[in-house]
Design a protein around this ligand. Structure first.
Ligand code: F6R
Length: 366
């Protein structure tokens, strides 16, 4: 059942070229330049005219929501908020007709998310569900939605569901941008092409597995880790830190790289590994300065960079080189080495990576 792999987690990490492909299949046709989202087609007008879009989710799905916030605001020029379902539910939020809620959930059974959408629905908001499990409670409680087609995720730590969520949320953003006329035909076509190429680039990135394993061996005894990124890669940093915490029980924090200087930089010394998600995008130059700030304080820098980068290799202690991609789709690629890093550190520490202590696959209590 693990298909020759030692654990479900690594099997699921390696399934991602296929699961991303499956999540795009039947929806995206880059050659024809078309995009169809059957499940939410009827709500396209509502989405494009929404006062705002509120994404509610927990954990890894919340990180996918953060990437979607950047994508949808940029592509559609609609204000987007991303809320922890548990906070959204209990703080009596201002929400009503004209608001569209997107609930993101792998299991579709997360109690916090379910209760949050039920109360928003009572207040008149439209609910779209992005779930992986067909017929799950959140899918049923939504007015409409689009499934991720990641297949069953057995490993407790979410991996392939995350990249499938990013793929589907990107499709939603593109669909709304097109309907709204907020995107040029050239940019639309470019992003369709970029999306279509993601599965292959993820496959190329997975070839770095052995290299990431060596990096894992080098840093597995660290007490703390910091993960930094900016823009589209900031949520990727959060997700990398969450994966490491869950799987290896090493304390890790994700942070926007520029926010470092407002406090956390005090933690940096020669014992602290700092993982930078530093692929070539509009924030690149700024991230390079942030790497300099860490090196000046003797932190160990592990950087995920784009092929062809000639600057960061001269600064970082370890580099992981991934294929170039548009910044909107880059998180699906840059998160892969971070999933692998957490996996290998957990395995090297002799931990049960498929069932980390204290965690359940779906959290059905509030
Ligand atoms: C992280 C993880 C959890 C879930 C969270 C939401 O690896 O598995 O943080 O992402 O409990 O679960 P879903 O997506 O099922 O609502």
């Amino acid at each position: 059942e693990k298909g020759g792999y030692d654990h479900f987690m690594i099997k699921e990490i390696f399934e991602q070229p296929q699961t991303i492909f499956d999540s795009l299949r039947g929806r995206l046709d880059a050659k024809k330049g078309t995009l169809t989202m059957g499940g939410i087609r009827e709500y396209a007008d509502m989405l494009k005219n929404a006062n705002r879009i509120i994404i509610v989710a927990c954990g890894t799905s919340w990180h996918a929501g953060l990437v979607a916030e950047y994508m949808i605001e940029e592509l559609c020029r609609i204000p987007v908020e991303v809320e922890y379902a548990s906070e959204f539910r209990y703080r009596n939020p201002v929400v009503g007709p004209g608001d569209v809620i997107i609930a993101v959930s792998q299991s579709g059974e997360t109690a916090d998310t379910l209760v949050a959408i039920e109360s928003a629905k009572e207040k008149g908001a439209i609910i779209l569900g992005i779930c992986n499990v067909v017929g799950s409670s959140i899918a049923r409680a939504s007015h409409a939605g689009a499934y991720t087609h990641a297949g069953p995720e057995i490993g407790v730590a979410s991996t392939k569901a995350f990249t499938a969520q990013l793929a589907v949320l990107c499709l939603v953003g593109l669909m709304v941008a097109k309907e709204k006329g907020a995107i040029t035909p050239q940019r639309f076509q470019h992003l369709l092409d970029e999306l279509e190429n993601v599965p292959e680039k993820v496959a190329t990135t997975l070839e770095l597995n052995e290299q990431v394993k060596n990096i894992a061996a080098k840093y597995k005894d660290a007490r703390d880790f910091l993960y930094l990124g900016r823009g589209y890669n900031f949520p990727v940093a959060l997700e990398g830190a969450l994966k490491l915490k869950e799987i290896s029980y090493i304390h890790a924090e994700g942070y926007p790289a520029a926010e470092m200087k407002h406090g956390p930089i005090a933690l940096v010394d020669e014992n602290l590994p700092v993982v930078f998600v530093a692929t070539k995008d509009s924030y690149y130059e700024k991230v390079v300065s942030n790497i300099q700030e860490i090196k000046a304080r003797k932190g160990k820098v592990i950087a995920v960079i784009t092929e062809g980068d000639t600057i960061i290799p001269g600064m970082a202690d370890d580099i992981i080189v991934v294929p170039e991609a548009d910044e909107l789709v880059a998180p699906m690629i840059s998160v892969i080495p971070l999933q692998l890093l957490a996996y290998h550190i957990g395995v090297l520490k002799g931990l049960d990576v498929d069932k980390p202590r204290n965690l359940a696959k779906s959290v059905t209590v509030e």
